[in-house]
Design a protein around this ligand. Structure first.
Ligand SMILES: Nc1ncnc2c1ncn2[C@@H]1O[C@H](COP(=O)(O)OP(=O)(O)OP(=O)(O)O)[C@@H](O)[C@H]1O
Ligand SMILES: O=C(O)c1ccc[n+]([C@@H]2O[C@H](COP(=O)([O-])O)[C@@H](O)[C@H]2O)c1
Length: 193
């Protein structure tokens, strides 16, 4: 099966993530999208992170009604920080029957040359890129016209988990930015207060 891997910390998952993933399975040739919950992203501080299992629970309840969207905990058992190349090697070993591809925003493509073994990733995997909002000039990447890079015209939803965490701490009602069950779980558990 042709799988798109959507890597992120998902702290918490929000409708921006879901809209992108759903667009990929409906409007590209990807048959499933797996949300790979990253315990520790290489360029991010770990301090304000909810526990791995809570972030997994939130992705699980956000995707359970979508047949072709799935959470993946593969990185929970791997060394940290989590380099994507290591995860890809593990996924290949565990699921030799699948063909894996990467999903990323054009902002991440612009800094992709800083990722560990990015040349190897590009040699072995196709990358599905969706547009992001930018200030001023569109972020250029040396990989824009690479044969393995596929631009997908997904909608732009400028919501971030940072914004959501801060808004909850400030007692704002941001319920429409989260899948309903995710909002209820965060409320019930008193997260980010
Ligand atoms: N609104 C959005 N639309 C499209 N892609 C997004 C959006 N928000 C985040 N992403 C991308 O989705 C991936 C996973 O998101 P992640 O949870 O790591 O980021 P985030 O929402 O920006 O979180 P934070 O604000 O905590 O840094 C990242 O590659 C990120 O760039
Ligand atoms: O492998 C790398 O060198 C690498 C460097 C930066 C980011 N990543 C992956 O990209 C995902 C999104 O990164 P971020 O920092 O934009 O949330 C993150 O969850 C990691 O899995 C991977």
């Amino acid at each position: 099966m042709k799988i798109g891997l959507y890597f992120g910390t998902f702290n918490p998952i929000h409708i921006g993530h879901l809209i992108i993933a759903n667009h990929m399975v409906e409007f590209s040739d990807l048959e499933e999208v797996w949300f790979v919950i990253t315990p520790h992203s290489p360029f991010k501080k770990k301090s304000s992170l909810l526990g791995d299992n809570h972030r997994y629970q939130l992705v699980q309840i956000a995707t359970e009604d979508y047949r072709r969207l799935k959470p993946s905990t593969i990185e929970f058992r791997l060394p940290q920080p989590n380099y994507t190349i290591n995860t890809l090697v593990h996924l290949e070993e565990k699921y030799p029957q699948h063909q894996f591809n990467l999903i990323m925003g054009e902002d991440n493509l612009a800094s992709f040359h800083k990722w560990k073994n990015y040349e190897v990733i590009l040699e072995e995997y196709d990358i599905y890129v969706y547009p992001r909002i930018y200030n001023g000039e569109k972020p250029k990447s040396q990989f824009d016209n690479h044969p393995k890079v596929h631009q997908v015209d997904a909608p732009i939803m400028e919501i971030s988990s940072t914004f959501i965490r801060k808004a909850i701490a400030d007692k704002k009602n941001i319920e429409p930015l989260l899948p309903n069950k995710v909002w209820e779980y965060i409320e019930h558990m008193n997260f980010y207060k």
